[in-house]
Design a protein around this ligand. Structure first.
Ligand code: ADP
Length: 485
């Protein structure tokens, strides 16, 4: 086909080779738009011969994606009419695979001295990868936008102490405006009440070292000075480690609910205690009278009521303790307490009440502490009664005592059910119970360990638990020595 070769060779042979080797599809067209040159890559890509392209201005159109054909035609006609740059993103079919890939096609007019167009020079550059990245970016951006528009979750972005961006929900929650945000008036340090500062700083340190933080509860000081209880968690941006994004959930409804619950428990336990005290006193009185009149059988029958009354009394007492501890209103006595004597008494009482287990005491403390005797006894008896309660198949419960220069340590060890790892932090929370235990019919309301932990805390001590499920648990209480509390 000599004519074809001649037409195609508008450039020297060496230029042809050069143009064929570049990754773009390259072509030229006459001023009326008919192609008069196409590089090898172009022809091979769509699978056309130069004659086909040269014969028909629209010969390539069927090789464009059906959705792009009309747009290409309009843009090319407009460029030819106006002599302006042609630029269009379109999908071109690869003839061998039948696969469409995105190309950016551009054509510029070349003009002579009289400013007449003598030729169009066009290129098509493969932008498939770029398009894919754009799609991923757009998708990511859309997701981020949707998240920022959340009506439930407040979102803020911090850099140093400054809140540099926030969604509308966060601004609404805290009463600030976008103008405040732009003016740099949102600063987490200023918005954190003093009592939450240490916890906040700790969480931010966790964020810096681990790139994310465990959700924690805090309060924000709002624009009008009011407080808002929130649950916060955050993550560091991978590519901007100086910035972190925080997700903030309004927790005030929960606080209100908890308050209602606390008020109810407080009120109910007070209301129950008074009539119960009367019942108890009356029962004791009748018991004495029956004994006095040698009505022993009736007295024995009556004593069957006394034990449930005592249990009820203890339960109501615990409820009252919990609600007063929670409100910080529990009064503690300060006296010198001989811990060995106290321990002996507590274990004797418990041994008497629970003959099913032998309580073995090892070691001694040989020192006294300043504290509330009754509360320390309550702490011990709660730990002991749990040790017995949660080791139904064991025969012994052990108490180990030891003293060092700086601390006294009490260990209560059982060989019972044990506590799964994920529950070990939760068991000290108010009213926490392992749901499985209810099925195992172990009685309890989840107050014992909360009370223990509060008493230990008040006396400047610590409590920890080690446990092996199916083998048993060890609760370790440590008090500082020679320290008046
Ligand atoms: P309660 O015994 O009334 O449930 P506590 O506050 O004393 O309440 O204990 C909370 C939870 O901790 C219990 O429900 C139980 O799951 C677990 N627990 C406490 N002590 C032990 C123990 N010695 N062995 C196994 N589990 C224990």
């Amino acid at each position: 086909m000599p004519k074809t070769k001649q037409t195609r060779r508008v450039t020297p042979a060496s230029c042809d080779t050069l143009i064929d080797s570049i990754p773009q599809l390259v072509w030229t067209a006459r001023p009326d738009g008919l192609h008069d040159y196409a590089n090898r890559r172009w022809l091979d890509y769509v699978g056309l011969t130069f004659e086909q392209v040269h014969r028909d201005i629209w010969a390539y159109l069927p090789f464009l994606h059906p959705e792009d054909q009309e747009g290409n035609r309009m843009h090319w006609e407009y460029a030819l009419d106006t002599g302006t740059l042609f630029e269009y993103e379109q999908r071109i079919k690869q003839c061998q695979t039948g696969e469409y890939r995105w190309f950016l096609t551009r054509a510029e007019p070349l003009r002579n001295e009289a400013d007449q167009i003598v030729k169009w020079v066009g290129t098509s550059t493969d932008i498939e990868e770029q398009k894919r990245i754009e799609d991923v970016l757009r998708e990511g951006q859309e997701r981020a936008d949707a998240l920022m528009q959340s009506k439930i979750i407040g979102i803020n972005i911090i850099e140093g102490e400054q809140i540099v961006d926030a969604n509308d929900t966060f601004l609404r929650m805290t009463g600030y405006t976008r103008e405040d945000l732009r003016a740099g008036r949102l600063n987490w340090r200023n918005m954190t009440p003093p009592e939450y500062m240490a916890r906040t700083v700790q969480s931010l340190q966790e964020l810096a070292t681990q790139q994310s933080m465990t959700p924690y509860e805090k309060e924000y000081v709002c624009q009008d000075g009011s407080r808002l209880l929130v649950l916060v968690c955050g993550v560091v941006f991978q590519h901007h480690p100086h910035q972190a994004i925080n997700f903030v959930l309004d927790n005030s409804a929960r606080k209100e609910l908890e308050q209602h619950k606390d008020d109810f428990i407080n009120m109910a336990s007070h209301e129950l205690r008074t009539p119960l005290t009367v019942v108890k006193m009356q029962t004791q009185l009748v018991h004495k009278r029956l004994e006095k009149h040698s009505q022993h059988e009736a007295a024995t029958t009556l004593s069957r009521v006394e034990r449930p009354i005592e249990q009820l009394e203890r339960l109501i007492g615990e409820l009252l303790d919990v609600s007063q501890m929670q409100a910080g209103r529990l009064k503690y006595v300060r006296e010198r307490v001989d811990l060995d004597a106290l321990l002996r008494e507590a274990t004797d009482t418990m041994q008497h009440m629970s003959p099913s287990h032998t309580i073995v005491v090892r070691g001694s403390i040989q020192t006294s502490v300043i504290g509330d005797r009754d509360r320390l006894e309550q702490m011990l008896s709660n730990l002991l009664s749990n040790a017995i309660k949660y080791s139904p198949d064991a025969k012994t419960v052990e108490v180990e005592l030891s003293t060092s220069e700086s601390a006294v340590t009490i260990r209560v060890i059982d060989h019972g059910l044990g506590i799964p790892r994920e529950q070990r932090d939760k068991i000290f929370e108010r009213f926490y119970r392992d749901a499985g235990l209810r099925q195992h019919a172990v009685p309890g309301l989840g107050m014992g360990l909360y009370i223990v932990a509060e008493i230990v805390k008040h006396h400047g001590g610590t409590i920890t638990v080690d446990s092996d499920v199916g083998k048993g648990s060890t609760f370790t209480v440590t008090f500082p020595r020679r320290r008046d509390v």
